[in-house]
Design a protein around this ligand. Structure first.
Ligand SMILES: Cc1ncc(COP(=O)(O)O)c(C=O)c1O
Length: 453
């Protein structure tokens, strides 16, 4: 029998869980209050106010797939710094390389041999021959977009509704009531993003075709599957259509693997045989040390180099970052790719992703809830909808903030951290089957309480 969630019951549970959270986190509460006198809203980053619960837990230390907060409580971390900690926290091989390189010099504006090792490894994993480094995936996307614009001479880019590619001005756009404009929450856009950007729904081939037919789009910036509004997988054949249409209209395809690296050691690009012109990735590449990169095909590299050669100088050209490509990031990237995010690690992580999704599915089925679970490699997520959404618009409409706040807080109070903003869990090389079983038990308990009359 299908059950609906009783909102009154939901709020009762939420109030109980908030009370428990406050009772169990006095020290985090004190730090949050103290932080208000020097930090905007008491936290170092605006979105840190958006965790479930009245304030975030402050961290004491983290190792592997676990962390301890300042109140001495430990958690299994399925958020993993929203992929920045996908390696598990403080993996030994990376920590050793980081310590050794820190003692030998951190940033010089000169190359180290590690950069070549990493470039060769990225080429092996993703199939693109040429690489450049920066510090964040946001910058990798910004720089790929700049190059695409420079060498095509076209003004616009195209993104998918409810995508997220970092704080890249051109991408913070959405379609509301059929009309494209600044995405709700866009803080101080320099221009209305419709000036710079075309936006269509993921999986909508006719809309993509219509948008590209203007032939003013330098590049499509795409995650292989949307991951930032829940996991929205491509329909069968969608990537073939995307590649055909971009080629036909002289538009570059930039694939952002920052989250879809969860599909395997070469991301969805290798797992699904994609053929991007550019590839961007950041977050977990250096075990948490800031590091990101963008790769390009031989043809793009040739045109990009010719363009650079035509400039009087490139040092103020908008592709930069004084600390980009620094020795520490590169040493950490090398150790991470060589010893932490290995092919064998992905095999184990993906099996755990399956186990997590099975646990959630079993609880949903047992309690007759009209929900669904979706998985991409070692990332999995549940939806408060009967079927997984096919577009970003559908995904945004399926969000249930109040319910998500309860599921997150319920998990947190029982020693489990989920990724905020959606119901996402990620497996690291350090995650264990026992960690996943704990989530399955707690999730089932929550479902039972939610439907109890
Ligand atoms: C797909 C994708 N690309 C890029 C970014 C930006 O990463 P960063 O904030 O580290 O620059 C994100 C962040 O969530 C992301 O999910």
């Amino acid at each position: 029998m299908e059950r609906t969630v009783d909102r009154r019951r939901l709020r009762e549970l939420r109030d109980r869980e908030v009370e428990r959270f406050v009772g169990e986190h006095p020290r985090s509460g004190e730090l949050f209050e103290r932080g208000k006198s020097s930090l905007l809203a008491g936290v170092p980053m605006p979105w840190m106010t958006e965790w479930a619960g009245p304030y975030p837990v402050f961290v004491e230390e983290a190792e592997g797939a676990r962390f301890t907060d300042v109140d001495g409580r430990t958690y299994v971390d399925f958020c993993l710094g929203d992929t920045g900690g996908m390696t598990g926290h403080a993996p030994k091989a990376a920590v050793q390389a980081i310590a050794e390189q820190a003692a030998k010099g951190i940033t010089l504006m000169l190359p180290t041999e590690d950069s070549i090792w990493v470039g060769e490894e990225l080429a092996r994993r993703f199939g693109l021959p040429y690489w450049q480094f920066c510090l964040t995936a946001t910058d990798a996307n910004r720089f790929a977009i700049r190059l695409a614009r420079a060498i095509t001479g076209r003004p616009k880019i195209l993104v998918f509704n409810y995508c997220y590619h970092g704080s890249v001005d051109e991408t913070i756009i959405s379609i509301e009531d059929g009309v494209p404009g600044p995405r709700p929450g866009n803080i101080g856009p320099p221009v209305d993003p419709v000036v710079t950007t075309r936006v269509v729904e993921f999986n909508d081939v006719p809309a993509l075709e219509e948008a590209l037919a203007h032939e003013d789009v330098a590049c499509v910036l795409a995650e292989p599957a949307l991951t930032n509004i829940g996991i929205v997988l491509p329909d069968p054949g969608y990537h073939d259509a995307l590649r055909d249409l971009t080629r036909r209209h002289g538009t570059y395809l930039v694939i952002d693997e920052t989250h879809c690296i969860c599909a395997g050691p070469g991301g969805a690009t290798r797992a699904w045989g994609l053929e991007p012109d550019f590839l961007t990735i950041g977050k977990p590449l250096a075990s948490g040390v800031p590091a990101a990169c963008y790769g390009m095909s031989g043809g793009v590299a040739e045109r990009a180099q010719a363009f650079m050669d035509s400039l009087p100088t490139t040092d103020v050209g908008g592709i930069g970052g004084t600390l980009s490509g620094n020795a520490l990031s590169l040493a950490a990237m090398r150790a991470t790719l060589e010893h932490v995010l290995t092919d064998e690690a992905f095999d184990r992580m993906i099996e755990l992703g399956k186990l997590w999704a099975e646990g959630v599915k079993a609880a949903i089925t047992k309690h007759g809830l009209p929900w669904e679970v979706q998985r991409l490699g070692c990332r999995a997520e549940y939806w408060f909808s009967r079927t997984p959404p096919r577009t970003g618009g559908e995904a945004a409409a399926a969000d249930d903030h109040e319910l998500a706040q309860l599921t997150h807080l319920y998990a947190l109070n029982r020693g489990i951290l989920l990724t905020p903003f959606h119901n996402n869990a990620l497996m690291s090389p350090a995650t264990t089957a026992e960690n996943v079983d704990l989530h399955s038990r707690v999730f089932e308990e929550m479902c039972a309480e939610l439907v109890a009359t």
